[in-house]
Write a protein that binds this ligand. Structure first.
Ligand SMILES: Cc1cc2nc3c(=O)[nH]c(=O)nc-3n(C[C@H](O)[C@H](O)[C@H](O)COP(=O)(O)OP(=O)(O)OC[C@H]3O[C@@H](n4cnc5c(N)ncnc54)[C@H](O)[C@@H]3O)c2cc1C
Length: 310
């Protein structure tokens, strides 16, 4: 079985074990969250040894070229020597403000200390410490001058607990990313856009929406925001005010099952571009229904907010 060296630690992987599981089994602290190759929290760099291509899927070309990979989905075929991702992968930032949007959702503004290029709707990995990292979608536009995240309070949640209870303006954090393809692209300004999500799945949709509106999108833009109760439908005033300013934008908040509300208002999705974010089961259901109603799979962009496997 391959051997993995990381700093002063050496570990022998067991049959079928991922690099991340091997490191954690040896008590080596590595930040991690989804363990599914999606969030990017555990990214490391291989200084020597072969990395299967599948462990680099979705990473930026520049990271891949440096040997960065996701140890949570890496089954190496040879011995590896690993290091932290290195200068350039993470950007120092400060918490600029933390404000309540509802009883269970906060709006976190971040001030990166150097340029952090992103498209509204993509997601980043937020590091509160070298071993505590979680992914959050970006709700702001680069022209806003700050980066905005919407974070839901999770029971016993490490990151959301810290952000709700302890984080203060000027606290130091690090950002890694961005990742994901949930963002608006110009070039088809008359295409209908369908944006649907539950809970803080609104964060990337809010970014995509404002990006589309400020880019002069002319086609209909329909935003569906679902929550279990009315208190979960945060940002309602801002969204209603946008819908009265832009006649092509309609906002539908709902506490009914969101897939049924979408299907009732958009029975045929042929020609639509769709953005679906939030709870993984709801995203999966919406994706299937919107595809079956006519949208091409390449026009359906989604981010599932997978929970951390601790
Ligand atoms: C691509 C991506 C984008 C994301 N964007 C956002 C965003 O914009 N806003 C946002 O609020 N969150 C987002 N998340 C989720 C976020 O990364 C964290 O998982 C979430 O904030 C909880 O982290 P925590 O440290 O507070 O809780 P943890 O310490 O990770 O969780 C505490 C316990 O609760 C469990 N748990 C946590 N969440 C759930 C859940 N939903 N269902 C079942 N069990 C759960 C965990 O497995 C753990 O056992 C995103 C996730 C991904 C992968």
């Amino acid at each position: 079985m391959p051997t993995v060296s990381f700093g002063n630690h050496i570990c022998q992987l067991q049959d079928g074990e991922t690099v991340l599981d091997g490191l954690l089994r040896h008590g080596i602290p590595v930040a991690h969250a989804c363990k599914a190759g999606s969030c990017g929290s555990c990214m490391l760099r291989a200084i020597s040894g072969g990395i299967p291509e599948s462990a680099q899927a979705g990473l930026k070309d520049s990271w891949r070229a440096q040997g960065c990979f996701l140890p949570c989905v890496c089954h190496p075929i040879s011995d590896l020597t690993l290091a932290e991702p290195g200068v350039g992968a993470r950007v120092d930032a400060r918490i600029a403000s933390v404000r309540l949007l509802s009883a269970d959702v906060i709006r976190v503004h971040l001030a990166p200390e150097r340029e952090f290029e992103y498209r509204p709707g993509q997601y980043l990995t937020l590091f509160a410490s070298p071993t505590l990292a979680r992914s959050y979608s970006i709700a702001s536009l680069p022209s806003d001058g700050f980066m905005e995240l919407h974070v839901r309070r999770t029971r016993n949640g490490l990151m959301s607990g810290w952000l709700f209870g302890e984080a203060r303006p000027r606290d130091a954090v690090q950002l890694q990313g961005p990742l994901g393809d949930c963002f608006y692209t110009c070039g088809n300004e008359d295409q209908p856009l369908l944006l649907a999500g539950t809970g803080t799945g609104l964060a990337p949709l809010y970014g995509v929406l404002r990006d589309a509106l400020s880019s002069g999108h002319r086609g209909p833009i329909m935003l569906f925001h679902g929550a279990l109760g009315p208190e979960g439908l945060y940002l309602g005033d801002e969204l209603r005010s946008l819908s009265s300013r832009y006649p092509n934008f309609t906002y539908t908040p709902t506490t009914d099952p969101i897939d049924r509300v979408v299907a009732a208002q958009v029975p045929k999705t042929t020609g639509y571009r769709a953005f679906l974010c939030g709870d993984p089961a709801v995203v999966q259901l919406l994706k299937r229904k919107i595809f079956l109603a006519g949208a091409a799979m390449r026009e359906i962009h989604s981010d599932s907010f997978l929970p951390a496997i601790l």
